[in-house]
Design a protein around this ligand. Structure first.
Ligand SMILES: Nc1ncnc2c1ncn2[C@@H]1O[C@H](COP(=O)(O)OP(=O)(O)OP(=O)(O)O)[C@@H](O)[C@H]1O
Length: 273
């Protein structure tokens, strides 16, 4: 895999005392994250779970290098994160596919920008489209695909760049329940094949239990990691097993107070407007 980072330097991503204040130093200053300590190992699947507005997306943007933290240290394979890199691909809830390009062109777009040759682009796009089960859909446009297929194209486009870390911001939230479950199974297969670490944001406790090696539960804003829960269960996981049921209970309990606090804060903000 393409990488010029120091691979012997330990975790794929390390956050030490990371904080983020939006519009720091202005009257609009707004603390989103506080004192985040988190290490993500190569190949690990970490889920970030927390109430609305607790800073989960903000943390993904910091890891992606799209924003800079206002305190603490954030490293990627030992190097400070200062800018975005295709090594750390970000996938959103709404896919950002180019509607006027075919699936092939969407998937190979980043490779073209990087300067890969036409044969290399074709080979890489073919491989990742096969991997996401869309080998036959290369000539279609995004509006000819279902929501689930579009998200698979988005995953293929990210994988084509051979990322070491996939950052996923509620990627299946817009899908119906059945499609979401299929996409979770699909993601687990793709993740295992790729060897990448995944940092996955969700509001859904079921999704966290189905996917994670580790779930980081956030407090209400400013987001801190309230507790980290290890999910030491083989995959695929039976959602009706007593172990999954127990984990759901534990996570629901951990989240409850934080969701109540987040609601209170939002009500206070609405009253102040
Ligand atoms: N670009 C920005 N400028 C100023 N404030 C921002 C910006 N982006 C996010 N925020 C604020 O930072 C806080 C955390 O937002 P963020 O989107 O990271 O939370 P979240 O946990 O991902 O929320 P949700 O689950 O609702 O998507 C919120 O109060 C939000 O309003």
């Amino acid at each position: 895999m393409a990488s010029n980072t120091n691979e012997t330097a330990g975790p794929a991503v390390s956050c030490r005392g990371v904080g983020k204040i939006w519009a720091a130093g202005t009257s609009r200053a707004h603390e989103a994250l506080q004192d985040i300590d988190l290490e993500i190992e190569p190949g690990e699947f970490v889920v970030l779970l927390g109430p609305s507005g607790c800073g989960k997306s903000t943390l993904l943007y910091l890891i992606a290098g799209l924003e800079q933290q206002t305190s603490g240290l954030l490293t990627y394979f030992g190097d400070a994160v200062t800018a975005p890199s295709p090594d750390r691909s970000l996938i959103f809830q709404e896919t950002s596919l180019f509607p006027w390009l075919s699936v092939w062109e969407n998937v190979s777009f980043g490779l073209q920008i990087r300067g890969d040759s036409e044969p290399d682009r074709r080979a890489a796009a073919k491989e990742v489209l096969q991997r996401v089960g869309l080998a036959e859909a290369g000539s279609k446009r995004p509006d000819e695909l279902s929501g689930g297929m579009r998200q698979r194209v988005a995953v293929a486009r990210a994988l084509a760049m051979r990322p070491r870390v996939l950052l996923m911001d509620e990627p299946f939230a817009a899908l119906d329940v059945q499609t979401r479950q299929k996409m979770q199974d699909f993601l687990i297969d793709v993740w295992r094949d790729s060897g990448a670490s995944v940092v996955f944001v969700t509001h859904h406790i079921d999704e966290a239990v189905a996917l994670a090696d580790r779930v980081c539960v956030f407090t209400a804003r400013p987001g801190r990691i309230k507790e980290t829960v290890k999910v030491d269960l083989p995959r695929p996981r039976d959602p009706f097993s007593p172990e999954c049921e127990e984990l759901r209970k534990q996570l629901t309990q951990l989240l409850k107070d934080e969701v109540d606090r987040a609601f209170e804060e939002q009500e206070n903000m609405a009253e102040a407007v």
